[in-house]
Design a protein around this ligand. Structure first.
Ligand code: ADE
Ligand code: ZN
Length: 333
């Protein structure tokens, strides 16, 4: 099964580029930028990666990201993720970035996006990995700051969609309705984190007010039968992140993860890594953890891989081509 998962062609639809920042690279870039770190070694840094909830994780994640200063830092970070993604048979990835984490401390928006974009273009040339970029707003910051960030971003055609992340509880999607309206008017697609720690009410809001094409996480949707019905009827993709859910104590035990229940209910679920450098595994580790804990079949894994392409922002022809690669692979194995 492990070999089957490794070779399975797949897309990743929920990965924060700042969440792929490995401790070794944090140390290397901090040193390059002459930024002293509190922790004296990679091992010491890794020891701090114990979380009881989303906020405890976010505090450490933003601290890690704060050593990213120059365009080459963003380039190296993105290139390292894309190389890893390629090695895991990800054919297509839709990457989140959090510009406000950087502009808030004086780094220019252009520095961030130019570094990330150049890596995406080079990875396409070098490994034929296809990628798209999604700009997330930090929901615990003001709507004015989000709107100003959107205005500055519109000239960058690499961005295909906007998203919403950071501390969920107390920051309802409704707060960002106008920002998302403006983004859609400008031709961008929308996604949003909802139902990770927040209630199913937040999932309703991202559907009805933010008009999202996908829901990021969406776990708490299961508490509301009507919502599940709606998500199934509209085949709204949910980008589920099993190891993230486990590390942030959204689920107590991987055996209690609702992924299989979601599949059985007919929800369009996908498996993703979220912040792999912090949660102990990239995409294949997430597939494998679910296969082991929930006794998924090859058929389940095939559905998950196909969903990942169907739920992506590729065009119909690209989706068809990638889905036939999944079918060919399954037939041969
Ligand atoms: N930013 C990075 N990872 C996140 C997550 N899992 N939830 C909300 N915001 C995030
Ligand atoms: Zn996320």
């Amino acid at each position: 099964m492990e070999e089957f998962i490794r070779g399975l062609p797949k897309a990743e639809l929920h990965v924060h580029i700042e969440g792929t920042f490995e401790p070794e690279l944090i140390f290397k870039i901090a040193e390059r930028n002459s930024i002293p770190l509190e922790e004296k070694s990679v091992e010491e840094l890794k020891k701090a990666y114990e979380f009881n909830n989303l906020q405890q994780f976010l505090d450490i994640y933003y601290k890690g990201a704060s050593v990213l200063i120059k365009e080459e830092d963003f380039y190296d970070l993105t290139m390292a993720y894309l190389e890893k993604a390629h090695s895991e048979n990800i054919l297509h990835t839709e990457i989140f970035f959090d510009p406000q984490t950087h502009t808030n401390r004086g780094v220019k928006f252009s520095t961030v996006i130019n570094g990330i974009s150049r890596a995406m273009d080079n990875a396409q040339k070098e490994w034929k990995i296809s990628s798209k970029l999604i700009m997330c707003f930090l929901r615990d910051l003001s709507t004015e700051f989000a709107m100003q960030t959107l205005e500055g971003a519109l000239k960058y055609k690499k961005i295909v969609a906007v998203g919403l992340d950071s501390a969920e509880v107390g920051n309802p999607p409704s707060k960002f309705k106008e920002v998302f309206d403006s983004a859609r008017k400008a031709g961008l697609l929308t996604v949003a984190h909802a139902g990770e720690e927040g209630s199913s009410e937040y999932v309703w809001e991202v559907l009805n007010l933010l008009k999202v094409s996908r829901v990021d996480h969406g776990n708490n949707s299961l508490n509301d039968e009507k919502l599940v019905e709606e998500l199934v009827k509209r085949q709204i993709p949910l980008t589920v992140c099993p190891l993230s859910n486990y590390k942030l104590k959204v689920v107590k035990d991987l055996k209690q993860h609702p992924l299989k229940i979601m599949l059985d209910k007919g929800l369009k679920v996908t498996v993703n890594s979220d912040d792999p450098a912090y949660f102990g595994g990239y995409i294949n580790d997430n597939y494998l953890a679910m296969e082991t804990a929930l006794e998924l079949t090859k058929g389940d894994l095939e559905v998950l891989a196909k969903n990942s392409f169907e739920g992506s922002f590729l065009n119909d022809l690209e989706k068809k081509e990638m889905i036939s690669k999944v079918e060919e692979y399954v037939k041969k194995s």
